[in-house]
Design a protein around this ligand. Structure first.
Ligand code: GLN
Length: 189
């Protein structure tokens, strides 16, 4: 299995390190050719307006959507990654998005960089022990369709969600040592 990490902008290196810790082959994805060589994809956090724009410019937007339609292509988006996966986005600037995850997200819903925070979050799919998360200029999921399963919440709002083999987190975990969430993503088919 080769896991692609969308490497247009954002915390690409941290995700690659997680995959290395899990002894999984990884490849940076920047082009449609790169995409054809991977079996699943991680969309890192960063700046969703920039990531969304590059996705369009590179042709990866439609290429990823087509790949998902063909089936068996799990995707994991964190923070800006979940924003560009979302069906609906609210906020000052609305980036182009893949519209693969039936949720509404509000960008920068917790405030600016200085309002960022770390908090332990629990999810039944990851076992009993809570995992540490960082909410960095994080979005908030304000609506999730019925077909979306909420795997973890923070402050009463969904923070980790899954729709089929599409996984999305409003926070970052790749900045910590805990590889459980990435391992869970790798288990999806
Ligand atoms: N605030 C960023 C955005 O809306 C997301 C921040 C992040 O990925 N840590 O794109």
């Amino acid at each position: 299995m080769t896991v692609g990490v969308l490497a247009l902008q954002g915390d690409v290196a941290e995700h690659l390190l997680m995959l290395q810790k899990l002894r999984t082959k990884a490849k940076e994805v920047r082009t449609i050719d790169d995409l054809a060589q991977v079996d699943r994809l991680i969309i890192p956090g960063g700046e969703s307006t920039v990531i969304g724009m590059y996705l369009e410019e590179s042709g990866l937007m439609t290429a990823i959507q087509k790949r998902v339609k063909r089936g068996n292509f799990p995707i994991f988006g964190t923070c800006a990654g979940i924003i560009v996966l979302a069906k609906k986005i609210r906020g000052k600037h609305i980036p182009p998005s893949l519209k693969l995850l039936d949720i509404t997200v509000e960008r920068n819903a917790y405030g600016t960089q200085i309002d960022s925070f770390d908090v332990p979050v629990k999810s039944a799919v990851l076992g009993k022990k809570a995992f540490l998360t960082s909410f960095i200029r994080a979005p908030k999921i304000t609506k999730a369709a019925r077909r979306v399963t909420v795997l973890a919440t923070h402050d009463g709002k969904p923070a980790l969600v899954q729709q089929g083999n599409i996984l999305g987190a409003t926070f970052h975990t790749e900045v910590y040592d805990d590889t459980r969430l990435h391992a869970y993503f790798l288990s999806l088919s």
